[in-house]
Design a protein around this ligand. Structure first.
Ligand code: NAP
Length: 270
């Protein structure tokens, strides 16, 4: 039995990276998937590779009108939605001029990151509640980050937005429970997943190899994670095996947050 048989899902930012892997995994588990992205050509390519169980839609998550348009399409086609993954997110490194440190940050760049990451998730949750509250069961999955629970000096807006997503996940979960809606809301906190998002941080050529080795040296499991490993967690949160889980979060970080650099150790004897 497939985990998501007959479920209707929508994934944002699914034209590549983690979102594309989640869309493919949902379809393999029997769901029909709306593959959405700000880049319709990229979404189309992913939807075509999935086949009859997928349809591409243009959706800039920071635009309320795009959400109303997507809501109308989903309602017309299926009457409602069972699973939403608020996956689209940007660091701002490529998309904005920056800088992004707390001393010198550029306000327009800060606002752009929050418009996509924070507003995008809040608008997605709003649409999902409207589309899910009369279904048998709904699951909203928000992509936060390890950066939502630790400070990131070079990416202040990204880190603040990912903390906001984590807390909004809990608010949505409690709100839906209080209203008696059959909707769960949980977060995934990835770190160091090898996707195009890392291109701006890793550079190219020999410098890239050195940068990858540098990041991997700080990961207890000693390697980057894969988008498919995040998709496995999304399938779990989307399906019935996580039915008692709401307002919760799953860390997928190779052990990065399990410990600390400064830790007590017995000194070597002379
Ligand atoms: P990615 O490779 O950069 O993919 C993000 C996708 O979102 C791209 O297709 C991008 O389209 C799209 N997008 C950008 N702005 C959008 C908007 N306004 N509306 C709709 N789609 C938009 O990123 P990823 O690594 O797969 O990350 C997915 C999520 O996981 C993000 O929320 C990210 O913060 C989170 N995450 C990732 C990692 C990691 O290590 N990779 C770690 C922690 C958290 P364009 O290509 O046209 O820009």
């Amino acid at each position: 039995m497939k985990m998501l048989e007959n479920k209707i899902a929508l994934v944002t930012g699914a034209g590549r990276g983690i979102g594309a892997a989640i869309a493919r995994a949902f379809a393999r588990q029997g769901a029909f998937v709306f593959v959405t992205d700000i880049d319709l050509a990229a979404a189309d390519e992913v939807a075509l590779s999935i086949g009859a169980q997928a349809e591409a839609l243009p959706l800039d998550v920071s635009e309320p009108e795009h959400w109303s348009g997507a809501e109308a399409v989903v309602r017309d086609r299926f009457g409602g939605l069972d699973i939403l993954v608020n996956n689209a997110g940007i660091t701002g490194f490529l998309e904005t001029p920056g800088p992004h440190d707390p001393e010198h940050f550029d306000l327009a760049s800060w606002r752009t990151v929050h418009a996509v990451n924070t507003d995008g998730v809040a608008l997605g949750c709003k649409s999902a509640i409207a589309l899910m509250k009369r279904r048998a069961a709904g699951s909203i999955i928000n992509l936060s980050s390890r950066s939502g629970v630790v400070g990131i000096p070079a990416a202040a807006a990204y880190a603040a937005s990912k903390a906001a997503i984590l807390n909004h996940t809990r608010t949505v979960a409690l709100y839906c429970a209080e209203q008696g809606y059959p909707i769960r809301c949980n977060a995934i906190l990835p770190a160091a997943i090898m996707t195009p998002m890392w291109d701006a941080m890793l550079g190219t050529g020999a410098a890239r190899d050195a940068a990858i080795a540098g990041v991997e040296a700080g990961i207890p499991l000693g390697r980057f994670g894969t988008a498919d490993e995040v998709a496995d967690a999304a399938v779990f949160l989307a399906g019935p095996t996580s039915s008692y889980m709401t307002g919760g979060d799953i860390h997928l970080d190779g052990g990065i947050l399990a410990g600390a650099q400064a830790r007590p150790e017995r000194a070597e004897e002379d």
